[in-house]
Design a binder for this molecule. Structure first.
Ligand SMILES: [Fe+2]
Length: 346
């Protein structure tokens, strides 16, 4: 969770790091719906509550209103943070999808053995705790407790339930919205499937940061294939502000999509033109050099990242939209029906 520079009250969405179309037995429809509607909804709700709180006259506001808003702020912030840990903990490596029940890296494996007897012992407790929440809602959490000096499996009945002072390492969403599209009421099957989709590299990085070691690989928490340099990226919140600005520097919007991904698309940003990435040499000459260019794809991975690198090499002020149109949906950004009339044939 981070704040936009110059507008510290705004909590920005984090892009998806997992590739939703390439997961192991968890559908794109489920994951994207969960990300856009439930996670995005929590971010939007948190920002609305924070705006309301910022406008309060604390001396004159009735206590029931303060209690209500502060309670809702805590719940929304908890939901935002827990969902970010959940989504970051899932996914394959680069272009490779998750391929089954993997083992944690050595350091984390030793810590799990120390605190739960074995990795298998930890997994048995963690999954049993998650399955016990079936039919209700809540979170199964692996956290590091400095005070207790160990990793703990923590049960949470809602977004505001947490062991005081503990640092989240892994969170498994047990709200029905996280599985019903794929699994119906079979929550236990969902838990087992999630365990075959864990990205231990990122979970391990969070553990090492929690115990005060430097994790050392910031790229782990950047969408795969997105440009490494900050100036080649733009957040969905920054784009929204730039589009609302209405001056002559309004960015040119390019919607890039691989031919095989066209069936995954239904909408686009208003004013964008849609192109095939492979046809870049054909459409690039028509681009204005007077205005910044924002390139987006579905989730902000290498399709927009590669094009932005090429455009920048050609001297354009091009940026890749972090999280793509999926993150745009998550902030409640408006779209129009997909228009493929400018899309190039192979
Ligand atoms: Fe959720």
């Amino acid at each position: 969770m981070s704040s936009q520079p110059g507008a510290p009250a705004t909590v920005m969405v984090r892009p998806l790091l997992l590739k939703p179309q390439w997961m192991n037995g968890l559908s794109e429809r489920l994951l994207v719906s969960h990300y856009e509607n439930n996670y995005g909804g929590a971010v939007r709700r948190l920002n609305a509550i924070r705006a309301r709180l910022a406008a309060l006259d604390w001396a004159r506001t009735p206590v029931f209103e303060i209690n209500g808003l502060k309670r809702e702020e805590l719940i929304a912030a908890g939901s935002v943070i827990l969902h970010e840990i959940y989504f970051d903990s899932l996914g394959g490596h680069g272009d490779d999808p998750p391929n089954g029940l993997a083992e944690p890296p050595d350091g984390l494996a030793r810590a799990l053995e120390r605190d739960f007897g074995s990795v298998m012992g930890w997994r048995a407790e963690f999954t049993a705790m998650a399955k016990a929440l079936a039919g209700g809602s809540g979170w199964a959490i692996l956290a590091w407790s400095e005070r207790l000096g160990r990793l703990v499996n923590q049960w949470a009945a809602d977004h505001a339930h947490g062991l005081a002072g503990a640092t989240l390492i892994l969170a498994l969403d047990m709200y029905e919205h996280s599985y019903h599209i794929d699994f119906g009421a079979k929550a236990a099957a969902y838990v087992d499937q999630v365990m075959t989709n864990l990205n231990w590299e990122r979970i391990d990085a969070r553990y090492r940061m929690a115990i005060g070691e430097k994790a050392g690989n910031d790229k782990l928490f950047l969408p795969y294939g997105s440009p490494a340099q900050q100036e080649a990226r733009i957040s969905v919140e920054e784009l929204r502000a730039a589009l609302e600005n209405g001056d002559g520097r309004r960015p040119v919007l390019l919607d890039l999509c691989l031919p095989r991904d066209l069936p995954r698309r239904t909408d686009m940003l208003a004013g964008a033109s849609m192109h095939a990435p492979a046809a870049l040499p054909r459409w690039v000459e028509a681009l204005s050099r007077d205005r910044p260019v924002v390139v987006y794809c579905i989730c902000g991975f290498q399709v927009s990242g590669t094009a932005v690198t090429e455009l920048r090499q050609r001297g354009y002020d091009a940026r890749a939209l972090g999280g793509g149109i999926t993150a745009w949906h998550a902030i409640g950004g408006a779209t129009v029906p997909l228009d493929t009339s400018t899309y190039e044939d192979a």
